[in-house]
Design a binder for this molecule. Structure first.
Ligand SMILES: NC(=O)c1ccc[n+]([C@@H]2O[C@H](COP(=O)([O-])OP(=O)(O)OC[C@H]3O[C@@H](n4cnc5c(N)ncnc54)[C@H](OP(=O)(O)O)[C@@H]3O)[C@@H](O)[C@H]2O)c1
Length: 223
């Protein structure tokens, strides 16, 4: 019997690396998407795949590689993300910085889903790692480009969920909470394990009929 094939983007460090490690522990065949292969330090049961989510050619090459090596994909965790504007507000937001943030945080996951969904079958799952910062129902001035990119990712999640419903592929967005990673900083209240738990719930425990939602710790969030 074949194992579950799972791809995690942005798996060189932080939440992506922890999710990849934990999925391998669960017995999945795990592919770690990494943009700079020289920086990859191996994990047991995890295979590195070169994948820069901001580079369409890199996405196409990774998809071709996975297709020829495994033939299909069961789980896609769109985790790679950047936060370039910890300060400022919409009036001072640098539009080029917003464009770069959207390329990685919103268009990246969309392009990766477009490239890999054709090799996913009924029962497949796509998990987009979003953020409470993207909630339109809880606005703030914090990190405006990052928040706009995660709101866009949430909208893309809903669109993908509708498009993939007829094929039985579940698509959801998840917030890991505020986590102690390079992005979250040392003062964040949550451990890597707690943040990864929030993401892994959608991969390992959520019933498959749940699609098109936004979740944290297994509970639905308002958009
Ligand atoms: N930490 C938090 O408190 C928090 C809260 C809410 C949501 N999130 C979300 O959780 C996800 C993971 O965050 P984190 O805290 O683990 O961040 P992190 O420690 O900064 O790690 C980010 C990861 O994304 C990768 N990455 C960035 N741009 C990429 C690209 N173009 N192609 C491929 N990989 C790329 C990085 O690779 P390199 O090593 O090559 O730079 C790194 O592996 C992000 O989507 C983030 O927005 C985090």
């Amino acid at each position: 019997m074949s194992t579950t094939i799972s791809l995690v983007t942005g798996a060189s460090r932080g939440l992506g690396r922890e999710v990849a490690r934990r999925l391998a522990e669960e017995g999945h065949t795990v592919l770690a998407g990494v943009r700079y292969p020289a920086r990859w330090s191996p994990l047991p049961g995890v295979e590195m795949v070169e994948l820069d989510v901001a580079d369409p050619a890199s996405i196409q090459a990774a998809a071709a590689q996975v297709k020829s090596r495994f033939g299909h994909l069961d789980v896609l965790v769109n985790n790679a993300g950047i936060l370039l504007d910890p300060t400022g507000d919409a009036l001072s937001m640098d539009v080029d910085l917003l464009r770069r943030t959207l390329e990685t945080n919103s268009l990246g996951p969309l392009r990766v889903a477009q490239a890999f969904a054709p090799m996913m079958a009924k029962g497949g799952r796509i998990v987009n790692v979003s953020s409470g910062g993207g909630q339109l129902s809880a606005p703030s001035t914090w990190s405006p480009a990052y928040c706009v990119s995660k709101t866009a990712l949430n909208a893309i999640t809903v669109q993908l969920a509708e498009a993939l419903k007829p094929r039985g592929i579940a698509v959801n967005a998840v917030c890991p909470g505020w986590v102690r990673t390079d992005m979250g900083g040392p003062g964040a209240p949550r451990s890597l394990a707690e943040g990864a738990d929030s993401i892994l719930w959608l991969v390992l425990r959520a019933t498959h009929d749940l699609t098109g939602g936004f979740w944290r710790d297994g509970k639905r969030l308002a958009w």
